[in-house]
Design a protein around this ligand. Structure first.
Ligand SMILES: N[C@@H](CCC(=O)N[C@@H](CS)C(=O)NCC(=O)O)C(=O)O
Length: 213
């Protein structure tokens, strides 16, 4: 198995957590998102992932992009332990939180969006920061309310799931962008608990071979 990723990429971080949770060995291939205009835009990489985004996951002849699709593939192919545990209702809640993070928030703060705001629309750093703050606040406010309904020790009840896999990297990126997390006590406590888990800790950006200071 091969994972093309970038140490600080939240979507790559998700797949790393999932692979480590399932104790699957993989070869990590760094794709530098900044250097030389971004290796994700190189023709050789775009053949694997036409979107020019990380992660890309390879398992034999299977080549997949989109972290949630990769996680569902892993869950179907290597079912134990499951990333979608519980009842149909709980699995619905897991998917909803995962999508809230991966399809609603993260695309708005992605590198290419930030670059477009700065390079094409000529926003200054302060305005870009306001954009990030706005979308994090919008999303985390709803997430906190949602967690009040469905969380236990983890995002949905007391079983680790894909929702937790999505939460951890997003909180990491919020911290990186200097988002104030004080208004989200439940999110912080779940995140704190998750950060202690060995498969989560091992997937942390700082532990990856391409990590920079
Ligand atoms: N929905 C995709 C998102 C992938 C994505 O946005 N990856 C980011 C890093 S987290 C990326 O490659 N950005 C490069 C760019 O914006 O040029 C997934 O879940 O895999």
């Amino acid at each position: 198995m091969e994972l093309y990723g970038y140490w600080r990429s939240s979507a790559s971080y998700r797949v790393r957590i999932a692979l480590k949770y399932k104790q699957l060995e993989y070869n990590y291939i760094p794709v530098h998102l900044i250097k030389d205009g971004g290796e994700q835009h190189k023709q050789s990489y775009r053949q694997l992932n036409p979107n020019g985004l990380v992660p890309t996951f390879v398992d034999g002849t299977v080549i997949l992009h989109q972290s949630l699709a990769i996680m569902e593939y892993l869950d179907e192919t290597y079912p134990h332990p499951s990333l979608l545990p519980g009842t149909a209702q709980q699995r619905g809640a897991i998917r909803a939180i995962s999508l809230d993070i991966a399809s609603e928030l993260q695309p708005l703060i992605n590198l290419r969006v930030q670059q477009y705001l700065m390079r094409e629309l000529n926003l200054v750093d302060e305005q870009k920061q306001a954009w990030l703050q706005h979308w994090f606040r919008h999303s985390f406010t709803a997430l906190e309310r949602n967690l009040e309904e469905v969380a236990g020790n983890y995002c949905v009840g007391n079983q680790f799931s894909m929702a937790d896999v999505c939460l951890v990297p997003q909180v990491y990126s919020a911290e990186r962008f200097g988002i104030d997390l004080t208004p989200y006590p439940l999110l912080r406590s779940v995140y704190g608990r998750l950060s202690e888990l060995p498969w989560v800790a091992a997937a942390h950006p700082s532990k990856q071979p391409d990590a920079e200071n």
